[in-house]
Design a protein around this ligand. Structure first.
Ligand code: AKB
Length: 340
C-alpha cells in the first residue's frame, strides 16, 4: 500500500510555509510531501513527511512520486511571479505552464490509479486581468472573473491559460478517446490579490511594494516604493489566503458553479499603505520612486475584484479586513519578528 499524502509544490515560498503550518494543525489530514527546487527551510521540516528537492519540469521525478505515494490533493504553488517572469518570459512559460501540465498529468494518472479524482488546488492571480488604461480601471469597480481577461504579463498569460487547462483536465481530457476517462482531476483555482505576510517577503512579484514597505519600516530601513502613491490594487493578509485555499479544497464538488474564483479582502492605495505603516512606525522613511514599467503592470491590474461567487458557493469571507489585518495580524507579528 502506498501512503496517502498531500503534495505541495513550491512549498518553500510564503504561501507554502503558511499552508504547511495550517495543514499540520488540522485533524485527520494526510501527511504532507513537499517538492521545491530550493528544498524546505529547516524550521519547516518537522511539519512535513518528506521534502523532495527537485524540479516540476523533471518528469522522471514526478513518475517516482506516482509509484511511491497515493496523492489525494495537490497544492500546486510553484511559479515564477510577474516581475521575475518579464526578465525571462520563455523560462517563465516553461515553469508556469509546462510545470502545471506536468502536475495535471500526474494528477490524472493518480486519479485513475486510485479510482477517485485527485483535488488540484491552484493559486491564480489578479495578474490575469489587463485593464487598458487608468480611466477604465477607475470606472471598472470590482471586476468579475470573466471581465478584462487580457493580461499584459507573461505570468498573467500563464495563470489564465493554466486556469483553462485545469478546466480542460477536469471536464474534457481526452474527450475523443474510445473509452471515457472515468476519473479526471478535480481542479479548483483562486485568483489571489496582492498578498501580505508578516513572516515572509515575496520574491519577484509586482505587488511586492506593500509587504516590502511594511517590513522595511519594521526594521528601521528606508524604502522607495516602485509605484505612484495613488496606485490601488486589492490585497489580502496571508492567513486569509491560506484559509481560502483550504476552504476551496474542502468544498463538495456539487457546490462549485465554476472552477476559478476571485477572493479578496481590502483595496488600498500605496499612499494609504504608507499612512498606515507610519501610524505604527512613525519614524519610517518611505518615498515613492515609480519605475515606469513595473508601474504599468500594476496599473493594468484592477483596483478591486468581485468575489461574490466564492462567497455564495463556498461561504468565502475574509477574517482580516484592513483594520484587523494591520492591528491584529501584521503589526504584532512583524514587531515580534524584528523585535521592535
Ligand atoms: C505578483 O506580484 O506577481 C503576485 C501576484 C499579484 O500574483 N504577487
Amino acid at each position: 500500500m502506498r501512503p496517502k499524502i498531500i503534495l505541495i509544490t513550491g512549498a518553500n515560498g510564503e504561501v507554502g510555509h503558511g499552508l504547511i503550518h495550517q495543514l499540520a494543525a488540522l485533524p485527520e489530514m494526510p501527511p504532507v510531501v513537499v517538492l521545491d527546487i530550493r528544498g524546505l527551510d529547516a524550521a519547516m521540516r518537522p511539519y512535513v513527511y518528506e521534502t523532495i528537492v527537485g524540479d516540476i519540469l523533471d518528469t522522471s521525478l514526478l513518475e517516482t512520486l506516482i509509484n511511491e505515494y497515493e496523492i489525494v490533493t495537490i497544492y500546486h504553488l510553484a511559479a515564477l511571479l510577474s516581475t521575475h517572469s518579464e526578465f525571462n518570459p520563455e523560462v517563465a512559460h516553461r515553469v508556469n505552464v509546462q510545470g502545471t501540465v506536468n502536475l495535471l498529468r500526474l494528477a490524472t494518472e493518480q486519479s485513475r490509479l486510485r479510482g477517485q479524482a485527485v483535488k488540484f488546488i491552484f493559486p491564480s492571480s489578479i495578474a490575469v486581468y489587463g485593464l487598458p488604461d487608468l480611466a477604465t480601471k477607475a470606472a471598472a469597480g470590482a471586476v468579475r472573473e470573466d471581465q478584462f481577461n487580457t493580461p499584459t504579463t507573461m505570468y498573467g498569460c500563464n495563470k489564465l491559460y493554466c486556469e483553462h487547462l485545469g478546466r480542460y483536465y477536469t471536464f474534457h481530457y481526452r474527450q475523443l478517446a474510445v473509452t471515457d476517462e472515468p476519473f479526471r482531476v478535480d481542479f479548483r483555482a483562486v485568483r489571489f490579490p496582492g498578498l501580505i505576510s508578516a513572516l515572509t517577503l515575496p520574491t519577484g512579484g509586482t505587488s511586492d511594494y506593500a509587504p516590502e514597505m511594511l517590513h522595511a519600516a519594521a526594521q528601521g530601513k528606508s524604502y522607495a516604493a516602485f509605484v505612484r502613491e495613488d496606485t490601488r490594487i486589492p490585497f489580502m493578509a496571508m492567513p486569509d489566503a491560506i484559509r481560502a485555499l483550504l476552504m476551496l479544497a474542502q468544498t463538495p464538488p456539487e457546490r462549485l458553479t465554476t472552477r476559478v474564483y476571485n477572493v479578496t479582502s481590502f483595496s488600498l492605495s500605496a499612499g494609504e499603505i504608507r499612512d498606515l505603516t507610519l501610524h505604527f512606525f512613525p519614524d519610517a522613511d518611505i518615498r515613492f520612486e515609480p519605475h515606469a514599467k513595473r508601474q504599468a503592470i500594476v496599473d493594468s491590474w484592477p483596483a478591486d475584484i468581485d468575489d461574490s461567487t466564492a462567497r455564495r458557493d463556498w461561504g468565502w469571507q475574509p477574517q482580516y479586513d484592513q483594520q484587523a489585518a494591520f492591528e491584529t495580524y501584521l503589526i504584532p507579528t512583524i514587531r515580534q519578528r524584528y523585535g521592535r
